[in-house]
Design a protein around this ligand. Structure first.
Ligand code: 5AD
Ligand code: SF4
Length: 451
């Protein structure tokens, strides 16, 4: 059935919708969910905070690793059981939706619609057009599709995500993203600036630019690149901290490093995915840089910003990874001494070049290598954090700690979690915090009187 846009039926339809969005995956997905929520709320639908109290459930999915995909399928089982008891529309969106659209929409799956990552702006139209029937929208467009930022239902009113590009052209041999999100597209420069200004007007203190490969940002009509974007937002009053994720080492230029150094609001913090410390593995991964080239970028960054906080992603057990190649990863971790890392066991993903290589590192070996990486990194982090005990650092307070409501939780410039005691609620404010103790993954402290 087709409900006409603008009709009374449409208004009633959206008014009766109570939606719940469940998000798997990265910050990009988090922000997509906030944007999807905004699209629905704009038409009068209401956000619900529980599965049970909603009649539209949207699951925003991640396909980057096999494990994330498995999590979706078990969650889907739970939803179909709820659907047997009550009237419910189930929509699957995001990367798994793009990848397994037909399977997800199978007759008895319980899923009503499937929407790929490039189709969110059409959400309301497709819901109306296909009212009561199963449908999918998974086409990629070559053009940037703007989702009006005024309606975004943001989780935080202190720190905001701002998407600046979509898709990826790099085709790292293990990665499914180019097949789920399509080719790179860049958001118009003026739209980004407008969103950041609006955020500043609404009292936001921190923004995080998002994209699969933010460093390759380029706006064709204005000719502005990523470093120009950083310089411009640095001048917007109100916003005090600026960060971005994710960077590709190949596209990370000296000019971007300079923009970071010069921009006093750009946090001296960078997530620069390495993946492997071995040049031969990097070649098989199609990463486009060698171990030495990566280390040169780190040197450039540290020369410009000696205290910069660095984090990275590591994959262990890539096809053909020898013990020697793995040791090169351990060595580089010791050399760079990251503030934080995200490490994964390689898992083959459909459509990727690496899925056609022999996945020959035994599971037990991958497991052991992952433990070795994590143990080494844990000791590095503990040492680095211990060196901060006794220092007073600047923290943006994000609210009460979820684990312990007696303390506040925030982040420092280096994007580390800091839990601290304070006699006064400092949510949304910057505060000097004296670090009194630490673990490998967090810092604890108390509010100080000055820096
Ligand atoms: N197997 C394991 N880890 C992967 N990643 C991406 N694809 C795979 C895969 N097939 C990791 C990379 C990437 C992060 C988001 O997920 O480290 O940077
Ligand atoms: Fe995947 Fe590589 Fe693109 Fe990152 S740069 S999204 S790892 S293909």
């Amino acid at each position: 059935m087709n409900i006409e846009a603008g009709s009374e039926k449409k208004q009633v339809y959206f008014k009766n919708l109570k939606f719940y969005i469940h998000t798997f995956g990265c910050q990009m997905n988090e922000n997509d969910s906030e944007r999807i929520g905004g699209i629905l709320a704009q038409e009068g639908a209401q956000k619900s905070n529980s599965l049970e109290n909603s009649n539209l459930i949207i699951v925003n999915t991640c396909a980057v690793r096999q494990k994330s995909e498995e999590k979706l399928f078990s969650f889907l089982g739970r939803l179909t059981r709820i659907k047997k008891r009550k009237n419910l529309i189930i929509g699957i969106v995001g990367c798994v939706a793009q990848l397994h659209r037909a399977q997800l929409l199978e007759k008895n799956s319980g899923v009503d619609f499937v929407l790929g990552p490039d189709n969110y702006s059409d959400l309301n139209q497709v819901i109306l057009k296909h009212f009561g029937e199963k449908f999918m929208a998974t086409r990629w467009s070559r053009e940037w599709k703007e989702i009006p930022s005024e309606h975004i239902l943001r989780k935080s009113d202190i720190s905001a995500f701002v998407t600046i590009m979509e898709g990826c052209n790099n085709f790292c041999s293990y990665c499914i993203v180019p097949f789920t999100r399509g080719r790179e597209k860049f958001r118009p420069f003026s739209n980004i600036i407008k969103e950041v200004r609006d955020l500043a007007d609404n009292g936001y203190k921190e923004i995080q630019f998002l994209g699969q490969n933010v460093n390759s940002y380029g706006d064709a009509s204005s000719g502005k690149d990523f470093s120009a974007l950083l310089r411009e937002v640095n001048s917007i009053p109100g916003i005090e901290w600026i960060r971005f994720i994710t960077s590709h080492p190949t596209n990370f230029t000296q000019d971007i490093a300079l923009a970071m150094k010069e921009g006093e609001k750009i946090c001296p913090q960078l997530h620069l995915p390495l993946q492997s410390g071995s040049s031969s593995v990097l070649r098989r991964m199609n990463r486009g840089y060698t171990r030495d080239e990566y280390l040169e970028k780190i040197k450039l960054l540290r020369d410009l910003m000696p205290g910069i906080s660095l984090s990275t992603d590591i994959i262990v057990g890539f096809p053909g990874e020898t013990e020697k190649e793995f040791q090169d990863t351990l060595k580089i971790l010791e050399e760079v001494r990251y503030t934080n890392i995200f490490s994964f066991r390689y898992s083959p993903r459909p459509l990727t070049a690496a899925s056609r290589m022999r996945d020959d590192v035994p599971f037990e070996v991958k497991k052991r290598r992952l433990i070795e990486v994590q143990e080494l990194q844990k000791s590095i982090q503990l040492e680095k954090n211990e060196s901060m005990v006794g220092r007073v650092i600047k923290v943006l307070c994000l609210g009460k700690s979820k684990k312990n409501p007696q303390v506040f939780s925030g982040r420092n410039e280096g994007f580390q979690v800091v839990n601290f005691k304070s006699p006064k609620d400092l949510t949304g404010e910057f505060a000097p915090v004296l670090i009194t103790s630490c673990g490998p993954h967090s810092l604890q402290g108390e509010k100080a009187n000055n820096y």
